[in-house]
Write a protein that binds this ligand. Structure first.
Ligand SMILES: Nc1ncnc2c1ncn2[C@@H]1O[C@H](COP(=O)(O)OP(=O)(O)OP(=O)(O)O)[C@@H](O)[C@H]1O
Ligand SMILES: [Mg+2]
Length: 255
């Protein structure tokens, strides 16, 4: 596999808060066009790693290349351009509570200062349709939405700028199994329509089995394996073994 096909490369990353080491010499390559799931225990540093990947925070040491450039070395314009090439769905949803669904999705479009109101309207309505919401939902406030709708609006906002890379932190957490399955189906269909690369974190095995090409396992402060789900069986680590047990039961069920 050539380096060109990696959308993100993480080399020798250390993250330290005070005397606590979260990541210790962590390495990972995320392949273009694939859906990569990141798994690991609670507090193992998954969200922190996603935040590093999109340049919200910087590791204490090491290098992260996204779209072929080291984020830490980009000037402001180049960093803004890189930001427009990915969409992020945060673990807590993170919609602006005072803004309507419409304004939440329009927000990244307005920030670009490239579109007039008519274009923004078209783009917002298109994204609403893409995430299977109705035009009438555009005028609701986040407090008037169900948990599943909040996730879909957050997804529509993440897709507003037609990103190449979608980063999802626990996209189905808090959803019931039916809603969760619907959300996985939605992401899979959007991914197919838009040809996206996806990185996501999940604790939910059904979500994982439903939409994953590759799984990256974060344990002992680094990535202990990055492989296909069946290959997890060969990873000699208690977390991976335990995890694989749950995964293989589901794989058998879906066969
Ligand atoms: N800015 C910060 N300052 C101090 N500690 C932090 C900071 N950000 C994260 N941490 C710590 O880093 C550790 C990893 O946090 P992180 O949110 O990345 O875990 P996670 O793997 O996403 O967990 P979960 O599965 O529960 O979401 C936690 O112990 C957290 O308290
Ligand atoms: Mg997290």
């Amino acid at each position: 596999m050539s380096e060109k096909s990696l959308i993100c490369e993480i080399n020798g990353v250390w993250t330290q808060y005070g005397s606590t080491v979260i990541h210790r010499d962590l390495n990972l390559g995320i392949r273009t066009g694939e859906v990569t799931a990141m798994v690991g225990g609670s507090g193992s540093g998954k969200t922190t790693l996603l935040r590093h990947i999109i340049g919200l925070t910087s590791p204490s040491r090491g290098e992260i290349n996204l779209f072929g450039a080291n984020l830490a070395l980009l000037d402001r314009d180049a960093a803004r351009q890189a930001r427009n090439r990915f969409g992020m769905l945060f673990q807590q949803g993170a919609l602006f509570s005072a803004l309507s669904v419409y304004e939440n999705i329009a927000f990244p479009l307005r920030e670009l200062r490239q579109f007039d109101e008519e274009a923004i309207h078209l783009l917002v309505m298109h994204k609403l349709t893409l995430v299977e919401l109705e035009p009438k939902h555009a005028w609701l406030l986040p407090s008037q939405l169900s948990g599943g709708m909040i996730k879909r609006v957050a997804l529509a906002r993440a897709l507003a700028l037609e990103p190449e890379l979608l980063v999802l932190d626990e996209p189905t957490a808090g959803l019931d199994p039916d809603r969760s399955e619907m959300f996985v189906r939605l992401i899979k269909s959007i991914r197919k329509q838009l040809g996206l690369t996806v990185i996501f974190v999940t604790h939910d095995l059904d979500t994982l089995v439903g939409m994953t090409d590759r799984v990256a396992v974060l344990a002992d402060q680094h990535i202990i394996a990055s492989c296909s789900l069946p290959e997890l069986a060969n990873v000699d680590h208690p977390f991976a073994q335990n995890f694989f047990k749950g995964v293989s039961e589901r794989l058998e069920r879906t066969e």
